[in-house]
Design a protein around this ligand. Structure first.
Ligand SMILES: CC(C)(COP(=O)(O)OP(=O)(O)OC[C@H]1O[C@@H](n2cnc3c(N)ncnc32)[C@H](O)[C@@H]1OP(=O)(O)O)[C@@H](O)C(=O)NCCC(=O)NCCS
Length: 295
């Protein structure tokens, strides 16, 4: 039976797309249909792969945060693998990146089989991310607020996160231990990088630190730590530990039992801080790249 690969159009399509991701990545939160709708753009392609009307996989392609690259994410449900569907999806997604005029491809793999698939198509490792998980089994007590710092949430001060893009966000993004510089637009900063809640450290009214959570409507006992960052001129004063503990205390108060975080392998400082707070290393994700066209 021929494989049909077509774009997500209806809410039912988006829900089917989510269900494939949830089946393949049960350990990660998947954004809602509303958030997927909000992220729609001419550069983003989301497809479903169907065989005989049955969803067997999905794909996503978009401009990557890495400069000059498009991301390709083919996924095939385990029971439908090794029948060429992954290859068909990957080729479809690569053609989309070609229309964006981006010379590089980015992908990722969390398991050996997917890594073997990617390597077969010329992808090579460029970086690694480590997942660390904090299990909450009682109340969490934050450290005292560091001197000269006020703490608010982005949610109680609308506009503050947007305003922090220039003097805080760009430095925080540039400081991530990535192999290729990230290009994050102001819109993307607001849509993809803001936690809810997002705790902000203010010095003289200006954002100098953040740590927050991404909640999981499909699994309310689990949350992801989103960006933790402290501006260079305020490092070493306990802001990161304070904000992270505030996030964990908030999680404990809201029935969350597990908080996980992905950190670049090269970011030894962040991983050491997490280990000190009691996070355990739980998974490794491999980031991959290749030129769009292979010679
Ligand atoms: C990666 C993935 C999409 C492959 O889907 P698939 O439909 O099984 O892929 P294909 O059948 O097109 O495989 C093509 C070739 O890739 C290689 N390959 C695929 N899966 C493999 C595995 N588990 N072990 C070793 N090689 C593998 C083989 O060379 C295979 O050809 P063959 O079956 O003739 O030997 C699927 O495993 C998946 O959904 N993984 C989780 C999501 C993910 O990490 N996606 C990103 C990958 S860049």
């Amino acid at each position: 039976m021929a494989l049909d690969i077509s774009p997500c159009v209806t809410d039912d399509d988006y829900e089917a797309w989510r269900q494939v991701r949830i089946a393949i990545l049960p350990y990660e939160r998947t954004v809602s249909v509303a958030e997927l709708r909000e992220a729609e753009s001419p550069e983003r392609l989301m497809v479903l792969a169907r065989e005989d009307g049955v969803v067997v996989g999905h794909g996503l392609s978009d401009r990557a945060d890495s400069a000059g690259a498009g991301s390709v994410i083919p996924r095939v449900l385990p029971e439908h693998r090794r029948r060429g569907h992954g290859t068909a999806l990957l080729e479809h997604l690569i053609e989309h990146v070609a229309t964006l005029g981006l010379p590089m491809l980015r992908a990722g793999a969390d398991d050996d089989g997917s890594l073997a698939f990617a390597q077969r198509f010329g992808f090579t490792e460029v970086n690694r991310e480590v997942e660390q998980t904090y299990r909450i089994d009682g109340p969490v007590t934050p450290t005292p607020v560091p001197d000269g710092i006020d703490v608010v949430t982005a949610q109680e001060r609308p506009g503050l996160w947007e305003a922090a893009y220039e003097r805080f966000g760009l430095e925080a993004i540039a400081g991530l231990a990535v192999d290729t510089p990230l290009e994050v637009s102001p819109e993307n900063w607001v849509r993809e990088w803001l936690g809810d809640p997002m705790f902000l450290a203010l010095a003289e009214g200006e954002v100098v630190g953040c740590a927050g959570l991404g909640l999981d409507p499909d699994n309310p006992t689990r949350a992801e730590n989103l960006l933790t960052a402290v501006r260079g001129d305020h490092r070493g004063t306990g802001i990161a530990v304070h904000l992270k503990l505030l996030a964990l205390a908030w999680a404990a108060d809201h029935g969350i039992t597990e908080v996980y975080t992905w950190t670049q392998d090269g970011n030894a400082a962040m991983r050491a801080l997490n280990t000190k707070l009691g996070y355990a290393t739980t998974r490794v994700g491999i980031q991959l790249a290749r030129p769009l066209r292979r010679d």
